[in-house]
Write a protein that binds this ligand. Structure first.
Ligand code: CO8
Length: 242
């Protein structure tokens, strides 16, 4: 089991992303490990997505973006069985982490929401976020949800197929373990080859366009208008509190 614990909101900072990738790599290389359940040690939040403050500061943006790519390539292409036990809100990059797993179980709490809400921040989810989303929910639902930057409350996320199952919060880990056992009952090689067959085209697309994707990201976040949108969004988050 891997438990995110980076208060206050498990934002995906460069440090967090690097540690996450290294931990996954270690598990991949451990012959005794065949699967991982990903969850959060924080109440109410699975992950708040990319660290917006870091993203606003242009100096690390290329390194940050490479780290996001690296993590996604590793997680989406993982040979392990990956189960996301989503025990709190999961916007943007947090949603991508869940979408990249083989199976998603979410706590049945309408206060928890999940989705690729980039459009709400005035930014655009890159093509590989979109591809991952389409592969889970289909083109129409992904298109509407991405254009509106929707954050779906857990019951709606379940209806749309964004999460596979809803369970009462106190049953989440028990259920995740049961799902893991079900997936591990299959021969690894058959399951792994099937997973590769389903995901390879999408993974290969980013591998082929990685440097271009980093360049696009930097050009985009360096724009004054985008910086302004991100600053406004952070202010809106702060105001919401007071
Ligand atoms: N990054 C940095 N800081 C954050 C983030 C974040 N993603 N989210 C929250 N924080 C900060 C808040 O500003 C606040 O700071 P402070 O205490 O100094 O005011 C603190 O964390 C706690 O936040 P809240 O008070 O809002 O906590 P709540 O428990 O009320 O809510 C939520 C938690 C639901 C996670 C809420 O904070 C939220 O909605 N956060 C924003 C999440 C979001 O929209 N993330 C999108 C990130 S973008 C991304 O992941 C993909 C980028 C793709 C880029 C492509 C470009 C080309």
């Amino acid at each position: 089991m891997m438990k995110f614990k980076s208060p206050p909101v498990n934002s995906l900072s460069l440090e967090f992303l690097t540690e996450f990738s290294i931990s996954l790599e270690k598990l991949e290389n451990d012959r005794a490990c065949r699967g991982v359940i990903i969850t959060s040690a924080l109440p109410k939040i699975f992950s708040s997505g990319l660290d917006i403050t870091e993203m606003c500061g242009v100096e690390h943006s290329s390194e940050c973006w490479r780290a996001v790519q690296e993590l996604w390539l590793r997680l989406y292409g993982s040979n392990l069985v990956t189960v996301a036990a989503v025990n709190g809100s999961s916007p943007a990059g947090g949603c991508l982490v869940a979408l990249s797993c083989d199976y998603r179980i979410m706590a049945d709490n309408p206060k928890f929401s999940i989705g690729l809400n980039e459009a709400q921040l005035g930014i655009v989810a890159p093509f590989w976020f979109k591809d991952t989303f389409v592969n889970v929910v289909g083109h129409r639902i992904a298109e509407r949800s991405l254009q509106l930057g929707s954050l779906h409350p857990a019951p709606e996320a379940h209806r749309l197929g964004l999460v596979d199952e809803l369970v009462p919060e106190e049953k989440l880990m028990e259920k995740a373990a049961a799902v893991m056992a079900q997936w591990l009952a299959l021969p690894d090689h058959a399951r792994q080859l099937t997973k590769t067959m389903m995901r390879k085209a999408v993974l290969d697309r980013l591998v082929a366009h990685r440097e271009e994707d980093i360049k696009n990201f930097i050009t985009f976040v360096s724009k004054e208008s985008i910086q302004k949108s991100l600053r406004m969004y952070m202010e809106m988050l702060k105001k919401k509190k007071s």
